[in-house]
Design a binder for this molecule. Sequence first.
Ligand code: FES
Length: 121
Amino acid sequence: MTMRRICSLDELVDGAAVTFEVDKHIVAVVRIGDQVYAIGGRCSHADVALADGDVDCDTKQLSCIRHGSAFSLETGVPSTLPATQPVPVFVVEVRGDDVFVSDQPTVNPPTTSPRVKRAES
Ligand code: FES
């Protein structure tokens, strides 16, 4: 795994998400205060840019703009339907004023979130 510089910390707006391409991965990068998070940039429910959604700084979640599923910035797991699958999580390092993101995601958590229940059929 290699860390790639994506921008300076000052370029990230507190409480907002931005899409970056890190090698072949589309990544949504979010700054909350001095913390920076990076998760897969495409919603696991449909092909929608997660960085177009809203950031909840208190719960550390990024909501999909289309149907509202909220993804944890720490685990990638959705806490609300309709998305049931996690998105990848990337390692972030802030070195001085430079922000680095891993060129490979970390291993995803189990594919079914215990906080998301499937509708009975
Ligand atoms: S496209 Fe993201 S929740 Fe449906």
